[in-house]
Design a binder for this molecule. Sequence first.
Ligand code: RB5
Length: 145
Amino acid sequence: MIISAGADHGGFELKDRLVSFLRERGVTVIDNGTNSPESVDYPDFAKAVACDILEKQADFGLLVCGSGIGISIAANRFRGIRAALVTNADYARLSRQHNNANVIAFGGRFTTFEDAKSWLEIFLSTGFEGGRHERRVAKLDKLDF
Ligand code: RB5
């Protein structure tokens, strides 16, 4: 499994700890930064992770900004990306089972490392249920205005 990770200055500390945690468990991680508290723009890191997934360089994405809101909004601008801002264990599970989410997003300023680690493990070990959800997820990529 290959995971592409990215964060802004509000999320890099949590992202860095999760990247280390994943690597210790033998997961290959592409770390797209940022890696310092210097102010940066979250859309740039959402884009890097989205491109890794859409170019099939990575299976899943991990994104963190201060709240998790901006970076998940940015990632969801890319057709084929389904980013879920996860704030509890049920959301981690449901985002996979019902939405086939391929990116998990956290708010670095509102999420402890222990919670994020546990929700990330749930996310990565839960499969998509398909069935009625398949039709709904397929419609996501056809939405247009
Ligand atoms: C940066 O200060 C902050 O706005 C950003 O990390 C994020 O919370 C945006 O949604």
